[in-house]
Each structure stands twice: as structure tokens, then as C-alpha cells.
Write a protein that binds this ligand. Structure first.
Ligand code: TXA
Ligand code: MG
Length: 339
């Protein structure tokens, strides 16, 4: 586990980056920080290295990975064609939390894309991630560095809790900035299709390329998602999580669960943190600024695990801007259980 100062000069020559890059070139897996969440990286051109990612996470093999790159040259090596729409998005949002899906070239290992003909690519906006990519001189496939099903890691400690002993190392660059995964947009469909809401909002994308489609799975409950990863249980704490649309109802649910002998948690915001008599009340930020909520959401879910609560009642958030990504993750963490 290597500690790094995000602002240190010349990161590319930092001993921990050089060591990690060497291990990656030898086919090992290394966790590293990005601006969204920590990723678990391996050489995207080497199917045997990629196999180690799936093994360490316990990830189903039909769920494809995102390939991380540091520059345009790498993009051209990996994908078939870069349309004018893609160019505009890249100019506007890379490096940054927008993953784009292209038709892939043959060099990309088949298990990276779970056998699909398309590949998801992003250029992270984080100095440690970019330095590592340059030092390794490889495209790195990297899912979030958590055990499959658990909340994504927003600091190196979270990675350690899940993957210690299963991976070759963690570059510790402190807490991640955004706290939620990148937006995933498919550019292989006739109209670009949003699969996962994230740090770059639908509104921001549409301001650059005009109207896009939403994967029906983001709207209708029963629809089977097109993006393989969106069908699995995700981000889930050990306790049963319920989303309560009307927060006035939370005290009733607390009382009922406590009468049944359960240890009760409430996930709330600063504005309401004194309103509940639960066993564990945790604020994940302020309604005044949803960035604070995004940043702390996964860490908060992990804290409830440590507090060993049996049930969590969570407030909901306005589905606007970043609120869409926050509610998408809560919806999955709660397996769509609303009260
Ligand atoms: O912010 C992020 O994107 C983080 C950091 C580490 O970069 N990574 C991340 O990776 O969230 P992961 O593996 O947890 O999520 C990748 C998502 C999954 O939902 C997967 O199904 C989808 O992207 N995906 C990847 N390749 C795809 C493809 N070719 N077609 C459709 N969906 C794809
Ligand atoms: Mg993930």
C-alpha cells in the first residue's frame, strides 16, 4: 500500500508509480484512485491479467470492464472509428467522468468486453491515475475496486477492507473527489444511449450533442438493462436498506423496527440529522449541495455496515442533475424497496 500526495510534482517518476507500472506490465492487478471512485486496474490487452480482476472482485464474467486511457493515441489503438459526436464529447468532457462506448478493435482482450463487439473507454481526471497510465504505457481495464455487490470504494481503506490479500497493491491518493462512478454513454446506437447516470449529467451531454436516449431500464422497473452491469445487485450494505419518499414517515418505521428488536440506522442530511431517534443516524451531506452527498454516499453505506445495524431507512433526493445519479445508486443499493 503506497501513499501518494496528489499534488506532488513529477508523479510519473515517483517510486510507487514506477513499481506499480512495472507490476501492471507483468500482468498483476493494482488499485488506484480516480476522480470518481478507486479502480482495480490490469493490462487491457492481456486476457490472463484481466482474469485476475474478475477473480479478485468475484465479478460475473458477463459484466464488461471500462478501459482507462491517458491520451488520444491510445483511443485510436482501441476503437474502430471516432465520430464527430464522439469528438465533441471528448473535447468537452475528457479527461473526466464520462465513459463512452465504441466499436472495439481486436487488440482489446475479449474478457474485458465480456465478448461484446463494443468497448467502454474513459480518460480519468486524476493525476495519480494519469501518471500510472503513462508510466505503464498501457490501456488499463479497471472496474471499481470493491468486492462485487458492495459499495464502490472512495478511499484506499475501503479498497483494503474488500481486497486485501487478493491484489498486488493499492496506490493511496486519499479520498476521491466525485464519489460516484462515471456516466456511461453508448455511441454505437443510432442515437447515443445513456446506460448509467453519473458525474456528467444528461443535461450537460445534451448541451453539447443534442437529445440522447435513456436506456429504458433507467425508467421502467421491469425492463432488462442493455448494459450488462446494470442488472446485478450493487452498492448494497449488509443491512436491509429501504428508501422512504416521505421523510415524515421515518419515525414510524424506526419505532416499528425497534419494537421488533432490530438495530436501526437512518441515512439523512445535515439539515435533518437531529430529527430521528434511531440507533445510528448518519448524515451524508447537505441538500444545499448534492456534491457533498455524492462524495460521502458510499462511505456512509460502509459505515452502517461497521455499526452493524439490521435495517437502514434512507431519505430520498430530488432527481435533478447529480440527484439522478445519487438516486440511481440508492435505488440499486435498496433493490428498489421504497416505503
Ligand atoms: O467511474 C468509473 O467508471 C469507475 C472508475 C474506476 O473509472 N469504474 C467503474 O467500473 O465504475 P465498473 O466496472 O464498476 O462499471 C462499468 C459499467 C458496468 O455497468 C458495465 O456493464 C458497463 O460499464 N459497460 C462496460 N463496457 C460496456 C459495454 N461494452 N457495453 C455496455 N456497457 C458496458
Ligand atoms: Mg462497480
Amino acid at each position: 500500500r503506497w501513499h501518494l500526495d496528489n499534488d506532488s510534482q513529477n508523479l510519473q517518476n515517483h517510486p510507487s508509480i514506477i513499481e506499480s507500472a512495472k507490476l501492471l506490465r507483468q500482468g498483476e492487478v493494482i488499485a488506484f484512485p480516480t476522480e470518481t471512485v478507486y479502480g482495480l486496474g490490469a493490462n487491457a490487452l492481456d486476457p490472463i491479467a484481466i482474469e485476475q480482476i474478475f477473480k479478485a472482485k468475484g465479478r460475473p464474467s458477463d459484466n464488461p470492464l471500462i478501459v482507462h486511457i491517458a491520451n488520444r493515441d491510445q483511443l485510436e489503438e482501441l476503437v474502430q472509428g471516432i465520430s464527430p459526436v464522439a469528438e465533441r464529447l471528448i473535447d468537452a468532457f475528457w479527461p473526466g467522468p464520462l465513459t463512452l462506448i465504441f466499436d472495439k478493435k481486436g487488440v482489446v482482450a475479449n474478457n474485458v468486453t465480456a465478448g461484446l463487439n463494443s468497448v467502454a473507454i474513459r480518460m480519468p481526471n486524476h493525476s495519480v491515475a494519469l501518471s500510472l497510465l503513462l508510466a505503464a504505457d498501457l490501456p488499463l481495464a479497471a472496474p471499481s475496486a470493491n468486492l462485487s455487490g458492495k459499495p464502490s470504494p472512495t478511499n484506499a481503506e475501503h479498497v483494503w477492507q474488500d481486497l486485501k490479500g487478493k491484489i498486488s497493491g493499492v496506490l493511496d491518493g486519499g479520498a476521491t473527489g466525485l464519489g460516484l462512478e462515471s456516466t456511461v454513454l453508448d455511441l454505437t446506437t443510432s442515437v447515443p444511449t445513456l446506460y448509467r447516470p453519473g458525474g456528467i449529467t444528461q443535461e450537460e451531454i445534451e448541451s453539447v450533442i443534442g437529445p440522447i436516449h435513456l436506456d429504458p431500464a433507467l425508467k421502467v422497473e421491469k425492463e432488462k438493462p442493455k448494459s450488462p452491469g446494470m442488472k446485478y445487485t450493487h452498492y448494497a450494505p449488509s443491512a436491509d436498506l429501504f428508501l422512504v419518499r416521505n421523510r415524515q414517515d421515518i419515525p414510524y418505521h424506526i419505532e416499528k423496527a425497534q419494537k421488533e428488536g432490530r438495530r436501526v440506522g437512518v441515512l439523512t442530511v445535515d439539515e435533518h440529522s437531529h430529527d430521528y431517534g434511531a440507533d445510528v443516524v448518519i448524515s451524508c451531506g447537505t441538500n444545499q449541495n448534492l456534491k457533498t452527498v455524492a462524495q460521502q454516499l458510499y462511505g456512509t453505506l460502509r459505515r452502517f455496515d461497521q455499526e452493524e445495524v439490521d435495517v437502514i431507512f434512507s431519505e430520498t433526493f430530488l432527481e435533478e442533475g447529480l440527484g439522478k445519479a445519487i438516486m440511481n445508486r440508492l435505488d440499486k443499493a435498496a433493490a428498489k424497496r421504497y416505503l
